[in-house]
Design a protein around this ligand. Sequence first.
Ligand code: ZN
Ligand code: ZN
Length: 378
Amino acid sequence: MRIRAAVLHSPGTPVVVEDVELEPPRAREVLVRVAAAGVCHSDVHLADGSLGPGRWPIVLGHEGAGVVEAVGGEVAHVGRGDHVAFCFVPACGSCPACRAGRSNLCEPAGACSVAGTLLDGSSRLSLPDGTVLQHALMTACFAEHVVVDAAAVVPLPGDLPLWQAALLGCGVVTGIGAVRNAARVRIGETVCVIGCGGVGLQVVAGARLAGAARIVAVDRDVVNLELALRRGATHTVDARLGDVAAVVRGLTAGGVDHAFEVVGRAETIRLAWDVLRPGATAIVVGLAPQGVEVALPAIEFLSEKGIKGCYYGSANVAAELPHLVELVADGRLELADVVSHVTPLEGVEEALGRLRRGEGARTVLVVDASLAGAPARG
Ligand SMILES: [Zn+2]
Ligand SMILES: [Zn+2]
């Protein structure tokens, strides 16, 4: 079928919404009509070529939601008409990582993600001239339709608005999973969140749900800091002013129990280390461009400080996403408040530009207004 999709032809050139060919789903795949998609910093990294060579031409987008239109013969957990959110690590279920319960680190899915294919190692996308297109993170949902692996769709209740559900599969799972699975924040602990964009704001919400006593939000955008306060941050620190590490340590009696870096830069990873109290751990959620290295004062390992990576919330997405949906349904987790911009698919390049400039929190691309249920706003 011919669809409209946001194509990156090569890094440094604008993303173009144009006609592409989409093949039908194979036996273990699903065709989804996309309702809405969130624009994430990983899309910027792909668009800028900062995740390494060979990753284009590509259809971008890995956070989204839609309605199933067709399923392959071996797909049983969803059917035509079901609402679904995308999971961008469709775990194989049988590799060493999957068998160890770490499905976010699924080895075949990781390899296919870098190659820009689905799990069988091939693409369903091409340009009208036959040029094969890669799928961004096995999803490619800045498009009217996607074909994805069966494990890449997680069923949703029919009453959750899809323009909000679009955020679940990356920002929400990643942010709340970092608190729940990587840090395991406990009641009364102190937390610092460095970078309060679309994912960092979910870390703040997760810390509040976990019962953190002090939640210090750090960002250089005052609008993001205000949003963080509304989501449960107890203190905010403007990252443009003064010695941020000293200010955070001063607010938290010498340092926090958990620092979350949600930017992906060497300076902010170092900042996450510098705000820790002895014995505490920094969790790096932000995705850094290839080649970035971080220096740490090694003598401070004496104080048993730790630093740890976190990919995709260290989560079993298929199992955990339904819990998050229940929190939304109960009014305990707000989704819409992190959405700073709502635009049609054609607004993708502007949305990437805002992320590059650090403006706003999340843009939601409304791909199909009749399905997405989004309010009309800029
Ligand atoms: Zn993302
Ligand atoms: Zn696996």
